[in-house]
Design a protein around this ligand. Structure first.
Ligand code: GLA
Length: 384
């Protein structure tokens, strides 16, 4: 359970001896469809979930940083805004430190600050818990320092924090969802120019439920798999003579298969078909509603499993078991190599879907998954 605004502010005062200047929150996300397309300048369709990071923040007159979270055992971390060091940054503090560093790189001087973090976004579950922290922090700093950044600038600054300070070569999807989402909608984002169309996604209204199945296989995009997929995509684009794989269409795949080695071709085929699936999902949501998109979710998972090869046994089992329990579509979500799957199911079938997944995991000897429903929630905001 996330702490309420007043409770977080009063805990802040208990720790730091003064009231915060304000409290901000930013959500985690589920990606409905469009995986590993963002850094290929393609399309994604995430939504913000009703799980958020919250920060109480107060600017200081000096350059001292003091940071504490309500979870974990890291204790109070101190640093100096004049001497940020990515090699010594530990745990969750990498995220606020990375944001401050990225803002400095833009020529924005950031003073010292006191910060207390709370979050109920599951960590390591592929739901962008780190981006939720970064987006809450950058929202706070943008307001408190009157930096005047547009949302597109905040997206790029948090991406730079993640790429260059944290060391994960990720795209812009997660922070775009966290900063730009609105309740009841998915964020249809064109990652080439950051243009957004909000697409109604009302699973509940259609008698459906969107379940997250956290496999508890934890992953990190600062490790090799994510980066090597990105390199394959860049190689594919180079060989095919395009700026980014966004520029390769379904009709180009046959020719591409003759130009690329087999593995690179499979990686490229995933990105090209996934972009197409995002566009078709948007079309179906707008024309027919969520009950129509199940087959596209299934096809997306198959493509990630077979062509992009970023699934794992637990994710495949979660998807298969959810389908056998009555889900109308299911896929892994996020960067892969662990984390969560999503399943779209008739509301009445939720108990059977849960039971099917739990049973399958128990039979396979896997740790029990965490299964919960999510609905499209608001993006980052100031609470106090
Ligand atoms: C992670 C990254 C995103 C995106 C997804 C895969 O969540 O942070 O930028 O690349 O993986 O779609």
């Amino acid at each position: 359970m996330i702490l309420g605004t007043n409770e977080l502010a009063s805990r802040f005062e208990g720790v730091f001896g003064v009231a915060p200047d304000g409290v901000w929150q930013a959500p985690g996300r589920v990606n409905l469809i469009g995986e590993h397309t963002d850094y290929n300048e393609g399309f994604v369709l995430p939504f913000a979930i009703d799980r958020t990071a919250r920060v109480a923040v107060r600017l200081r007159p000096d350059s001292t940083l003091r940071m504490l979270s309500t979870f974990g055992n890291q204790g109070l971390t101190t640093a100096d805004t004049g001497a940020l060091d990515r090699s010594t940054a530990r745990g969750w503090t990498k995220y606020p430190l990375g944001v401050i560093w990225a803002l400095q790189q833009r020529g924005l001087p950031i003073p010292g600050l006191d910060l207390l973090l709370d979050s109920d976004v599951p960590r390591g579950a592929g739901l962008a818990s780190s981006h939720a922290i970064q987006c809450a922090v950058i929202s706070a700093l943008n307001t408190l320092t009157a930096a005047g950044l547009r949302v597109e600038d905040m997206v790029l600054a948090t991406q730079r924090a993640e790429n260059e300070f944290v060391g994960a070569p990720t795209g812009i999807m997660d922070q775009s969802a966290s900063l730009r989402a609105t309740p009841g909608h998915a964020v249809f984002l064109d990652c080439r120019d950051q243009s957004v169309r909000l697409v109604p996604f009302d699973a509940e209204g259609a008698g459906l439920v969107l379940l997250v199945i956290d496999t508890r296989v934890s992953h990190s995009h600062a490790e090799g798999g994510y980066g090597s997929r990105r390199e394959s995509c860049e190689l594919g684009a180079e060989v095919l003579g395009v700026k980014a794989l966004r520029d390769v269409g379904m009709e180009d795949l046959e020719e591409a298969s003759g130009l690329l080695d087999a593995e690179t071709f499979r990686r490229v085929r995933h990105v090209v078909t996934e972009n197409d699936r995002v566009l078709r999902t948007v079309g179906l949501l707008e024309a027919a509603g969520p009950e129509a998109i199940g087959p596209l979710l299934d096809a997306s998972h198959a493509s990630m499993r077979d062509d992009f090869e970023i699934s794992c046994a637990e994710l495949d089992l979660a998807v298969d078991a959810a389908r056998s329990g009555g889900a109308i579509g299911a896929r892994m979500t996020g960067g892969g190599f662990g984390g969560s799957a999503i399943a779209l199911a008739p509301a009445g079938a939720e108990p059977q879907v849960r039971a099917a997944v739990e049973r399958a995991f128990a039979q396979a000897g896997y740790a029990a998954p965490d299964i919960f429903s999510v609905r499209p929630a608001a993006g980052a905001m100031r609470l106090a």
